[in-house]
Design a protein around this ligand. Structure first.
Ligand SMILES: [Zn+2]
Length: 131
């Protein structure tokens, strides 16, 4: 038996069906701020700074090109969740705030996290499991 996190990860491994994906290619100009220095970034510039995917916590390490500090984020369809990773028997993500990002489509696979947005694709490498 896997943990609930494992089951969740495998459920998200398959690329969503085309019908479930956003059709609109004209995306609203979402700006995402750094939690440390308040510098704001467009979604594509923000996604360029996703360094690695931490599967255990289902979290992505993001670092800021302005101030150089990092934070833990959790990418969901249409959402960037901000928070932090903590230890409670295993690694977990504490969800603090949500930014709505229409058209954001992340899904996890064998090699890490794939993120689609605005016609571009990012691959965030998997840090590996500590289990
Ligand atoms: Zn910053």
């Amino acid at each position: 038996m896997g943990s609930p996190d494992r089951a969740n990860a495998s459920a998200q491994a398959a690329r969503p069906a085309a019908a479930a994906r956003p059709r609109a290619r004209i995306l609203p100009p979402v700006r995402l701020p750094c939690s440390w220095c308040d510098a704001e970034f467009g979604v594509a510039d923000f996604l360029d700074r996703c360094r690695f995917y931490w599967r255990d916590a289902r979290s992505v390490r993001w670092d800021c090109p302005r101030c150089g500090r990092w934070e833990d984020i959790d990418l969901h369809p249409g959402e960037v969740r901000r928070g932090y990773v903590y230890w409670a028997g295993d690694s977990r993500f504490a969800h603090m705030r949500t930014a709505i990002v229409p058209g954001l489509l992340p899904y996890s696979g064998e090699d890490g996290l794939t993120v689609e947005y605005g016609g571009r694709v990012w691959r965030v490498p998997d840090l590996g499991s500590s289990r």
